[in-house]
Design a protein around this ligand. Sequence first.
Ligand code: FMN
Length: 388
Amino acid sequence: MNDLMDKVELRRGAVLPNRIAMAPMLTLSGLPGGYVSDDTLDYYAARSKAAGLLITEFCYVSENGGPCSMPGFPEQLGIWSDAHIEGLSKIASALKKDGAKAVVQIHHGGRLAVGRYLKGQDVAAPSAVSRHYPVRALTEDEMGQIIKDFGQAVRRAAEAGFDGVEIHGANHYLLQQFFSRNTNLRTDKWGGSLVKRMAFPLAVVREVLRAADEYAPKGFIVGYRMCPEEIHEVGVGYTWREGLELAKEVSRLGVDYVHLSLWYGYSSGPCDDPGSYGKLFSEGIDPKCKLIVVGGVFSEAQARDAVQHHGDIIAIARGTLVEPRFAFKVASGRGSEIAGRVTRAAFPSLHWTPGLREAFTAPGSAGLPPVPGAELILDLHEGIFDKG
Ligand SMILES: Cc1cc2nc3c(=O)[nH]c(=O)nc-3n(C[C@H](O)[C@H](O)[C@H](O)COP(=O)(O)O)c2cc1C
């Protein structure tokens, strides 16, 4: 039976101190151009004891891949030029200071790069499926460049001192746009059948693994995050069975872990099978590859249940916003002291960025999933980013 405090040996050689990960979360704190701010560093420095594997927010790998920030808020971080390395290295040092492994999430926004639209720049994706702004189809040359950009992001991550990268293939960003039949209408070798829709995400995985071997030390972690399925009222982008086929291929290529992005809880599952996504994917992927699940964990008991029944590692997002020392408290036998919600008294010790404070105290959490207890801190809302 898995224990939360087990060490976890990954296939490429890294050893994680426990089975808890901090899930990637946009901190709404970047400077124009995607640079790290003092607010970014303050937030991450307070979370070095949140988990054994600390995953940063998504950072865009190509100049044309972002920002995907929420309009009006400080920008998403970038990893698309060498000028970003200095700031990223400060995040890596802040996260690693207590012995956890630090991984940077790398992505391309494709049609969700709303920040480009707001700056009057063009937004490109697998196909010209427009949003409230025009989106054009990427050329083959541009796609080849984006694949190379993922490799360069690996080099920058290694130079910045990170222990690895997580490829963001989830949440409707570019890689998922290629895999989904809702957003990939291409008729060339990159679209159409299941195999062709997988081609771009798999090309990115191959390049990232190649770059890790070329630029990074042995044991450099490579993970892949994906949604198990994409089902909307407007149509099925892909079913969980198709998602599992992609996860199998990704895991066979040699990544350390597949990370399922789950919005309805770590134990959620598809409507047409009694198993949880975690169980179905754990049983289906290459056994050498670990599986991370996420969703709705705010206590030690929930985290234990997740690694006993649904995956190898439990990732915690909002739970680390309200309890920045989650793993430390479990490790030191103080799990009962884990905070499950934000309170007015604890707020200063949580080191939220101004962007997070403004978002979670705005009506409807500004579109983000709500943080428990946010109703207790509504008076902290200053309205400084409300113009978006
Ligand atoms: C403020 C916020 C920012 C997020 N940013 C990212 C991100 O950068 N990358 C990503 O893959 N998921 C992102 N997510 C999704 C989380 O990683 C996670 O999957 C989701 O919040 C469910 O986990 P939880 O119930 O523990 O919060 C974000 C979620 C929140 C609340």
